[in-house]
Write a protein of this length. Structure first.
Length: 142
């Protein structure tokens, strides 16, 4: 199994991750490339979401979990507890790209309109309603 595939498998693991592996030098050596690949995948998924006709949406269309977010948060955690030049370089190199995409999502009028449509036209349970209300409020606050 290729190293990047092993990393992704570990990130998908529902148990506690093998941090020794994820924070190893071999993983850090490929992490910037992997982060960029995961970002490109998320960009493609976001574009697909925006193309879905509103009537074909479901609450689950807006899945929040991502390997990119998880891996990024683990790397940032490591930076906070055991900083290194290599890790700092990875984070400083990737952060602007991630922030640009995060801003694109956070200020997407099309995404906001999809949230509104689901909120106004779908039967949602209490938890789903709360999640949609918070997402809509976050857009309005921005």
């Amino acid at each position: 199994m290729k190293l990047k595939e092993r990393i992704l498998d570990e990130l998908r693991n529902k148990n506690f991750p093998d941090l020794k592996f994820l924070f190893s030098e071999e993983v850090l050596d490929v992490s910037l490339d992997l982060l960029k690949e995961l970002l490109e995948k998320e960009k493609q998924e976001f574009e697909k979401l925006l193309k879905i006709d509103n009537k074909d949406l479901t609450f689950d269309s807006f899945e929040d979990e991502s390997s990119l977010d998880y891996f990024w948060s683990l790397l940032n955690h490591l930076e906070n507890v055991d900083s290194s030049d290599k890790l700092r370089s990875i984070i400083e190199s990737f952060r602007p790209e991630l922030q640009d995409f995060s801003n694109e999502v956070a200020y997407s009028k099309d995404l906001f309109e999809k949230y509104l449509f689901v909120s106004e036209n779908f039967e949602l349970d209490d938890e789903q309603r709360r999640i949609m209300d918070l997402r809509i409020k976050a857009f309005k606050d921005r």
